[in-house]
Design a protein around this ligand. Structure first.
Ligand code: F6P
Length: 325
């Protein structure tokens, strides 16, 4: 059984990462292991920016956004030299197990590392607001990000209604529309533009025109930043030229979606997964990510997780259409 275990966060931060770190540290202590914090993701292993943690190192963080371990995307870890330097540092400290919290870039890095250095065991936890990881129904931070976006759009709706305006609201999601879809339903949007489905400007105009016929005096369109028509500004520009019934405005929600206190759902998910990752290492697992599918804790190999794409629920897409009548 591993004695020293490293814990790191990598890629874009997400609310709930701290709850996950807390759970991993305390579960490691519960099993009699020594938890080491690694700062700035994989860069921290390469730079040996590593420190011993105890149960007090993770006091009073369950409710905070961001990550106390800091995070980074590490171009150096994508090189063989970088990974070898990281390996030497881990060996020097006697760390032979890692919990890595992040998105698919984090999983890819871990998979490459253990292919070259199988004596280090790695288990991943899905930490990203995008929810675009295969092998878990929800990722840590997604629920908080959607709640943040919904609260922001509720406020936008007030002013949209007062001024009879058409708003294009851009939410995060470089490659995926999960945030946009759930936000659109919860905030009562007329339409949701996401990378997974094609909605042309013509289709959008048809819908806006239908809204006009039904005397809608304001409308809200949620646009995922990765939509094929471009972001909210690009779509609004194209629509404005052909639809002047309502004045058009654009709002980009941006990084507010990445911060803030995690919701109860994210805190519970993060706590479960942080503990599950350490339990998996104690049982000798490696090369897997933990997740929750249909409420049950599961483990999925990194290779499998990065090769598959999480499907959008078509019933939710249908719902957007029906509810915008
Ligand atoms: O992957 C999470 C995410 O928030 C994406 O939705 C977004 O496109 C990207 O990160 C932005 O990353 P950064 O702010 O780190 O450049």
């Amino acid at each position: 059984m591993e004695k020293n275990i490293g814990i790191l966060t990598s890629g874009g931060d997400s609310p709930g990462m701290n709850a996950c770190i807390r759970a991993a540290v305390r579960t490691a202590l519960y099993h009699g292991l020594k938890p080491f914090g690694v700062r700035r993701g994989y860069d921290g292993i390469i730079d040996d920016d590593v420190f011993l943690m105890d149960s007090r190192s993770v006091s009073n963080i369950i409710h905070t956004g961001g990550t106390i371990l800091k995070t980074a995307r590490s171009p150096r870890f994508r090189t063989r030299e970088g990974r070898d330097a990281a390996y030497q540092n881990l060996k020097k400290r006697g760390i032979d197990a890692l919990v890595v919290i992040g998105g698919d870039g984090t999983y890819r890095g871990a998979a490459e590392f253990i292919a070259e250095h199988p004596d280090v065991k790695i288990v991943g936890c899905p930490g990203t607001i995008d929810n675009d990881l295969y092998g878990t129904d929800f990722t840590i931070g997604f629920d908080t990000a959607v709640n943040t976006a919904v609260q922001a759009i509720d406020k936008i709706r007030d002013t949209a209604t007062s001024h009879n305006r058409l708003f294009f609201v851009e939410v995060m999601g470089r490659d995926a529309g999960f945030i946009a879809l759930r936000t659109g339903i919860a905030a009562g949007a007329e339409a949701v533009l996401i990378p997974e489905t094609v909605t042309t400007v013509d289709m959008l105009l048809e819908m806006l025109e239908a809204g006009r016929q039904k005397n809608k005096s304001s409308m809200i369109i949620v646009v995922a930043e990765g939509d094929e028509e471009g972001g909210a500004f690009a779509v609004a520009e194209k629509v404005k030229k052909r639809f002047d019934y309502l004045e058009t405005k654009v709002s980009i929600l941006g990084h507010i979606q990445r911060g803030g206190s995690p919701t109860y759902a994210d805190r519970v998910l993060a706590s479960r997964l942080g503990a599950a990752a350490v339990d998996a290492l104690v049982e000798g697992e490696t090369g897997v990510a933990v997740g929750v599918v249909h409420h049950d804790a599961v483990r999925i190999p990194f290779d499998h997780a990065v090769k598959h794409v999480q499907d959008l629920n078509p019933a939710l897409l249908r719902l957007v259409k029906i509810l915008s009548l």
